[in-house]
Design a protein. Structure first.
Lengths: 275, 287
C-alpha cells in the first residue's frame, strides 16, 4: 500500500473507486433505455433507438392492468404512514424519558434497547402466526402495523431529547406552559433535526423493507414496489427483464432524490447501520 | 430537572408501547412459546425442548453459517482495510466532498436493488462484462456459478457498505486533533508511519463498532443472496436466514423455523451485548 500510494496520486485512486461505486447505478440508468433485445447485447451504452419512454414507460403503465403503478402507490402509502406515525410515537416516548422520572424507567429503556437487537425475521415468523390468528394476513394492516414501530428510533429520540437543555423546560414552566404544550411548542421544535432524520430513516426503511411484505402478503395488488418487482414474470414464468429494471429504477429513484436533497440530515452515523 | 410523574410519563409512552407490544414484544413471547410445540399443518402439540435439540443437531442449520463466516473472515476485514485506506485518502484530497458523495451513494439503495443490479450485471444474458471478456479472449465467461457465489456476494456487500464504512471512519479521523500528526511529522515520521501508528489506533473504537454491526448484518444476510437465487438454484440453507424462511414457507415447519430464529437471535444478542453496554450511558446524561 505504501509504495502504491506514493506512485499513484490520490485522485487516481479516488477516480478508480468512484467508477466502481457508480457502475451499477450507471448500468441501471442506461438499461432503462433498452428493450429486451438491446439488454442482451450487454453493452455499457444507452439503447439506440432509445426505448425509455416508448416501450419501457408505456409497458410499466400497462403491465397487468397497471399493477406496477399500484405497487408504487402502495410503497408510498406504507412508507408515509409508517414513518410519520412511528416517528411521532418515538418523539413522545423520547420526551417521556427526557422529562420524567417514572417507575420502570431504566428497565423499559433497557427492554427497548434490547428489542432493537432482535433480528426482524425472528419476530416476523411469530408475527405471521399472530396476524393469522387476528385475520390480518394479506391485508395492508399486516404491513402498516409493524411499520408504525421503530424500536431503535426511541433510543435515537432519547439521544436527541438529551440535547435539549433543562433551562428550556424551566423557562416553559415559569411561563405557565402545561406538559402537552411543552411537548408540542418547546420540545418538538428543539428536536426538529432529529425528527427529520428519523422520519427519513423510517421512510427509507419501510420503502426498502422486502421481508415483511414477502411474509405477510400474497395478493399482488397489495405488494409494495420492492416486492412486486421481484415477481414480474411472463405468462410462461420467465422474468421480464426490461420491466424488472424499470421497477428497480422506480424503487431507486425516490431514494436517490432523498439522498441528494436531504443529505445533510443523513450524516453517516453508526446508528442507522441496519439496512 | 426531571419531574417525578409516572402517570404523565406513561401517557406519553402509551402510543409507542401499544404498537411495540402488538408488533414486537408479544410476537417474541409468542414465538418463544410456539418454539416448544411440534406442528403439522394447523395441528400443534407440546414437545418441550425438542425443536431446540433438533436445531442444535441439524447439520443443515449450521452449514448455513458458512456464508456468514466467509463474510466475517474475508469480506469484513477487507472492507475495514479498504475503509481505512479511503478515509485516509479523503484526508489527503483537499476537496473530497464530491468523492464522499459518490462513495456514499450505494448506501442509499436497498440490498434487494443492489442484489438485482449486480446479479444482472453478472448474468449470462445481460452482463456487460461478458462481451468485454470475450473480446479479451475468454471463451465462455460465466460468473454466476456455485463456487463463485460467496465472491459475488462479497462484491455486492463491499459495494453497498464500503463507502459508508469509509465515511464513518473519516468522521472519526477528522475529530483527531492534528497536533498528534504534526508532532510526529516534526520527529521525522513518514506519512505511512503516521497513519499506521497514530491514526489507525485512534480509529480502534470505531472499527470495533463497525465490526460488531457488520457481523450482525452478516449473520442475517438474506436479500442479496435471494436475488442471486433468481439466476441460479441456491441450496435452501444457503444462509441461516434463508434456511429459516424456507423451513417456514416452503416446508411449513413453522415452530421449528421459529426455534431456529430464536437461536440465531441469541447468537446475535451475545455479539451485540458489548455495544449495548455503551448505549445505556445516554440515559444518564441529564440525571
Amino acid at each position: 500500500m505504501r509504495k502504491l500510494s506514493r506512485t499513484i496520486p490520490p485522485h487516481l485512486w479516488a477516480i478508480a473507486l468512484a467508477i466502481f461505486f457508480l457502475l451499477p447505478v450507471y448500468w441501471l440508468l442506461q438499461s432503462t433505455t433498452k428493450d429486451n433485445g438491446q439488454l442482451i447485447q450487454g453493452t455499457f451504452l444507452p439503447g439506440d433507438p432509445n426505448h425509455f419512454v416508448n416501450s419501457n414507460l408505456t409497458e410499466v403503465a400497462s403491465f397487468n392492468n397497471g399493477v406496477m403503478l399500484q405497487w408504487l402507490a402502495n410503497s408510498t402509502l406504507y412508507a408515509a404512514v409508517g414513518s410519520v406515525v412511528s416517528t411521532f410515537f418515538c418523539a413522545m416516548a423520547g420526551f417521556a424519558f427526557r422529562r420524567y422520572i417514572f417507575v420502570g424507567r431504566r428497565f423499559l429503556f433497557l427492554l427497548i434497547l434490547g428489542f432493537s437487537l432482535v433480528p426482524g425475521f425472528t419476530l416476523t415468523l411469530p408475527l405471521f402466526i399472530e396476524f393469522k390468528d387476528l385475520h390480518l394476513l394479506d391485508t395492508m394492516w399486516a404491513v402498516i402495523i409493524p411499520s408504525c414501530v421503530n424500536v431503535f428510533g426511541v433510543y435515537m429520540m432519547v439521544v436527541y431529547w438529551n440535547q435539549v437543555p433543562d433551562e428550556m423546560f424551566d423557562a416553559a414552566v415559569i411561563d405557565g406552559a402545561g406538559e402537552t404544550a411543552m411537548f408540542f411548542r418547546i420540545g418538538l421544535p428543539g428536536v426538529r433535526p432529529g425528527l427529520i432524520t428519523l422520519l427519513i430513516i423510517a421512510f427509507v426503511g419501510i420503502w426498502n423493507n422486502y421481508f415483511l411484505p414477502l411474509v405477510m402478503l400474497s395478493d399482488a395488488t397489495k405488494f409494495p414496489l420492492i416486492l412486486g418487482i421481484t415477481t414480474i414474470n411472463s405468462l410462461q414464468g420467465f422474468p421480464i427483464y426490461n420491466l424488472r429494471i424499470m421497477g428497480a429504477f422506480l424503487t431507486a429513484l425516490p431514494l436517490l432524490v432523498i439522498f441528494a436533497v436531504l443529505q445533510r440530515f443523513l450524516a453517516p452515523q453508526l446508528t442507522g447501520a441496519i439496512k | 430537572m426531571k419531574k417525578k410523574n409516572s402517570l404523565r410519563a406513561y401517557l406519553f409512552l402509551a402510543p409507542f408501547l401499544v404498537f411495540f407490544v402488538l408488533a414486537t414484544a408479544y410476537p417474541l413471547v409468542y414465538g418463544i412459546i410456539l418454539s416448544f410445540f411440534g406442528q403439522r399443518g394447523a395441528k400443534m402439540w407440546f414437545v418441550g425442548a425438542n425443536n431446540y435439540a433438533a436445531v442444535v443437531a441439524d447439520p443443515q442449520f449450521w452449514s448455513g453459517f458458512g456464508i456468514p463466516a466467509f463474510l466475517l473472515f474475508v469480506q469484513i476485514p477487507l472492507m475495514l482495510l479498504l475503509g481505512i485506506f479511503i478515509a485516509l485518502l479523503f484526508e489527503r484530497i483537499k476537496r473530497s466532498a464530491f468523492y464522499r458523495l459518490i462513495f456514499y451513494l450505494p448506501y442509499a439503495l436497498p440490498g434487494v436493488i443492489a442484489g438485482i443490479l449486480w446479479s444482472y450485471m453478472f448474468s449470462k444474458s445481460m452482463s456487460p462484462f461478458v462481451p468485454l471478456l470475450k473480446a479479451m479472449g475468454v471463451a465462455q465467461p460465466d460468473f454466476i456459478t456455485n463456487p463463485n457465489l460467496p465472491w459475488i456476494l462479497l462484491v455486492i456487500i463491499l459495494w453497498e457498505w464500503t463507502g459508508y464504512t469509509a465515511l464513518v471512519l473519516y468522521s472519526t479521523l477528522v475529530s483527531i486533533p492534528p497536533e498528534y500528526a504534526e508532532a510526529a511529522q516534526i520527529d521525522g515520521a513518514t506519512r505511512f508511519q503516521i497513519a499506521l501508528h497514530i491514526k489507525v489506533p485512534m480509529l480502534k473504537n470505531t472499527l470495533f463498532l463497525l465490526l460488531i454491526f457488520n457481523s450482525i448484518g452478516a449473520l442475517q444476510v438474506f436479500n442479496e443472496p435471494r436475488m442471486l437465487g433468481g439466476l441460479i438454484t441456491l441450496p435452501p440453507n444457503f444462509t441461516p436466514a434463508m434456511y429459516i424462511y424456507n423451513e417456514a414457507f416452503s416446508y411449513g415447519a413453522f415452530t421449528f423455523a421459529i426455534a431456529m430464529g430464536l437461536v440465531l437471535a441469541a447468537v446475535i444478542f451475545v455479539i451485540s451485548f458489548l455495544f449495548m453496554k455503551g448505549s445505556v450511558k445516554e440515559l444518564d446524561v441529564h440525571a
